[in-house]
Design a protein around this ligand. Structure first.
Ligand code: SF4
Ligand code: SF4
Ligand code: FES
Length: 246
């Protein structure tokens, strides 16, 4: 016989003055190959049309369905109910602005952090639309591709102790993005330029190194390696700055 799943879902609509934060219980019969995406859509269609949550691709690509699932940030569309206990608690990701219920605004956070880290290729070359593309070593291209796989779901930031304590911390996603430009030969920034951006407590020196970010990243990004790489690079740059070396 199919299980009856008990959902405990955070409800609050900040746009509605009459709304107060609370948990609401729903019961739903489990079906074969059910994901949390399917379950939430059924709850909205069959039980409560006011339930707010985000989805787009249903394939772990857009990053919009991240939420706290039984205490752990993850993608709802990639979570099968068969892998879960009968009681399922869903909360919105912390750190980000709440839109309503379990929907949060990760987009504004990412835009702000990418502006702060100047997340684009800095080059003095003038763009020539008629020129052939410049070749890049396969190994470097693969390294960049690996770091570009981030889907901006925000799970790593939601799991991060520093990000929970300070809202100016860039978080693993933005630092990973910086690492992507450090390895890109087209970017002409020096270590000292990067130090100006991330060589502080808002950047790499605010990271406590406990690696919850890597544990929860649904794309398996090598965040530990990137944070270590940046910490070493910025540590050496700090010493060079101290002793006036280039
Ligand atoms: S290792 Fe650093 S960035 Fe990752 S969760 Fe811990 S404090 Fe946050
Ligand atoms: S690094 Fe991983 S957990 Fe963080 S936003 Fe990107 S895909 Fe999500
Ligand atoms: S709906 Fe796009 S990642 Fe889940």
């Amino acid at each position: 016989m199919a299980r009856l799943l008990k959902f405990n879902i955070f409800r609050y609509n900040p746009m509605d003055e009459a709304s107060t934060p609370r948990m609401q219980e729903f019961v739903l019969e489990e079906t074969v190959n059910m994901t949390l995406f399917i379950a939430l859509n059924r709850l909205r269609e069959e039980q409560d049309p006011s339930l707010m949550f985000d989805f787009c691709c249903r394939a772990g690509i857009c990053g919009s369905c991240a939420m706290v699932i039984n205490g752990r940030p993850g993608l709802a569309c990639q979570t099968k109910t068969a892998d879960m206990p009968q009681d399922i608690t869903l909360l919105p990701l912390p750190v980000y602005k709440l839109i309503g219920d379990i929907s949060v605004d990760t987009g504004s956070w990412f835009r702000e952090m990418y502006e702060k880290t100047e997340s684009w290729v800095h080059t003095s070359k003038v763009f020539d639309p008629t020129a052939l593309e410049e070749r890049m070593d396969n190994e470097v291209a693969e390294q960049i591709y690996e770091l570009e796989r981030c889907v901006e779901c925000g799970c790593c930031v939601a799991a991060c102790g520093t990000a929970r304590l300070r809202d100016d911390f860039m978080g693993a996603a933005a630092l990973n993005r910086v690492a992507r430009f450090v390895v890109d030969p087209r970017d002409e920034r020096t270590d000292k330029d990067y130090f100006e951006i991330i060589g502080n407590d808002e950047g790499i020196f605010g990271c406590m190194g406990l690696l919850a970010c890597e544990d929860v990243c649904p794309k398996g990004l090598p965040l530990q390696n990137q944070l270590g790489f940046l910490r070493r690079k910025m540590g050496i740059t700090a010493l060079k700055n101290l002793f006036g070396r280039k």
